[in-house]
Design a protein around this ligand. Structure first.
Ligand code: ZN
Length: 258
């Protein structure tokens, strides 16, 4: 049986770990720091087979050199167009199928540029590892790509099977929900979600994974085609909104300055 663990790292990152206790093998996603990964693997007596990298940022790759020293045969699957300083030994491209050796799991790669230009995600019929592109009730900042690229990438994720468990790389949910409610105050599911998230955070619990089904209901960045949302965004920015894409671009700027 495959299990999933969110390993907290750095300030508010999660390093997701997929593992099979019966064969004692594991893969992890975006190891920004090696120490908490090694600690978890030792605790569970697991051997690290490989790593998935969604994009080049240091809080997603900083643990690689140490992990590769501990496991010299480590498979590091990541974007083809990342800077060469990130030691990816198995570069992948859009729509490529990959197999997580030792766990007998297949994943598919999608290109989702916006937060960075090299950003990719990995999904199978259970999990979506979306790095810093989609957060619960939010989305990633635009460091390298354009708002149009990010909008298209989020649409690409939103079209995946709705039951997928959305494994985001940061615990940003509580602040994202507060911002979402300022745009979408009458959304009953969002109001209920805030109560649940606040309770989880008071107990220092992880609010993830989410699901795409939930995100479609509560995440304003996936709801830019909603006329009520567009009206609020138009009102708050004093702009005339002519498309969902334009609403997204304005909403992203509002969040940047929130
Ligand atoms: Zn990032």
């Amino acid at each position: 049986m495959i299990l999933l663990q969110a390993i907290p790292a750095l300030q508010d990152n999660y390093i997701w770990c997929l593992y099979d206790p019966s064969v004692r093998r594991a893969w992890c996603v975006d190891p920004g720091d090696a120490e908490p990964v090694i600690q978890f693997l030792n605790q569970q007596q697991l051997d690290l087979m490989g790593v998935l990298i969604t994009h080049h940022h240091p809080d997603h790759t900083g643990g690689l050199p140490t992990l590769m020293k501990h496991w010299p045969h480590l498979i590091v699957i990541g974007p083809t167009h990342s800077p060469t300083t990130v030691k990816i030994n198995t570069p992948v491209v859009h729509e490529q199928l990959i197999n997580l050796k030792g766990l007998s799991l297949d994943f598919k790669v999608l290109a989702i540029p916006g937060h960075t230009l090299d950003h990719i995600c990995f999904f199978n019929d259970t999990y979506l590892f979306c790095g810093d592109t989609l957060f619960s009730a939010g989305c990633g900042r635009l460091f390298e790509g354009t708002a149009d690229q990010m909008y298209a990438s989020l649409q690409r994720l939103a079209a995946l099977p709705q039951h997928l468990q959305v494994c985001c790389a940061h615990e940003y949910t509580e602040a994202n929900v507060a911002f979402a409610l300022s745009i979408d105050p009458h959304n009953v599911r969002l109001q209920r979600y805030q109560v649940a998230v606040q309770r989880q955070r008071r107990q220092q619990q992880c609010t993830l994974p989410s699901t795409l089904e939930l995100e479609q209901q509560i995440n304003p960045f996936l709801r830019c085609d909603d006329p009520n949302l567009q009206q609020t965004i138009a009102h708050q920015t004093q702009q005339t909104i002519t498309s969902a894409r334009m609403a997204f671009s304005l909403l992203r700027k509002m969040k940047d300055h929130a």
